[in-house]
Ligand binder design. Structure first.
Ligand SMILES: Cc1cc2nc3c(=O)[nH]c(=O)nc-3n(C[C@H](O)[C@H](O)[C@H](O)COP(=O)(O)O)c2cc1C
Length: 126
């Protein structure tokens, strides 16, 4: 299995609900799980599953005009899922940590770790 974490910039007023409804249906078919956060300016999404569907989905996501500046922050082979029960967890995040993350340099070494810890905390408390 494989996972990808990316950040992107919202480009239009497409309601995120349109995106995650479609995501949950498609991801269920392809065995993809993960978590998506929306802030005022960005999407942050973690996707995981068998490598081919994950890479196909990432190609779709890269070409999707509903966002721009899609930047892969982290991609790696994994032996087990982090979000096994979520075809796509979705949070409209206004928390202080997300506000800090939004202003943080995605190239900073701690960024990926903080983002993943934040997502797994949401999963553990859901
Ligand atoms: C921020 C963002 C996140 C997305 N996440 C997913 C996803 O997890 N799963 C998915 O199937 N499509 C997702 N999409 C939509 C894909 O870019 C693409 O529209 C979709 O995979 C095409 O599905 P279709 O072949 O059923 O038309 C996302 C789009 C955006 C803008």
């Amino acid at each position: 299995m494989f996972c990808i974490l990316y950040q992107s910039t919202k480009t239009n007023k497409t309601p995120a609900s349109d995106i995650y409804h479609q995501a949950r249906i498609n991801n269920g078919i392809y065995g993809i799980t993960g978590c998506m956060l929306q802030t005022s300016e960005h999407y942050f999404q973690y996707i995981e599953g068998p490598i081919e569907p994950v890479q196909n989905l990432m190609a779709n996501i890269l070409a999707d005009p509903r966002h721009s500046d899609v930047t892969i922050l982290h991609q790696v082979y994994i032996s087990s899922r982090v979000f096994p029960n979520w075809n796509m967890g979705y949070f409209n995040s206004t928390s202080e940590l997300m506000k800090q993350l939004e202003n943080c340099d995605p190239n900073a070494p701690m960024f990926v770790q903080m983002l993943l810890e934040f997502m797994t905390t949401l999963y553990d408390t859901a």
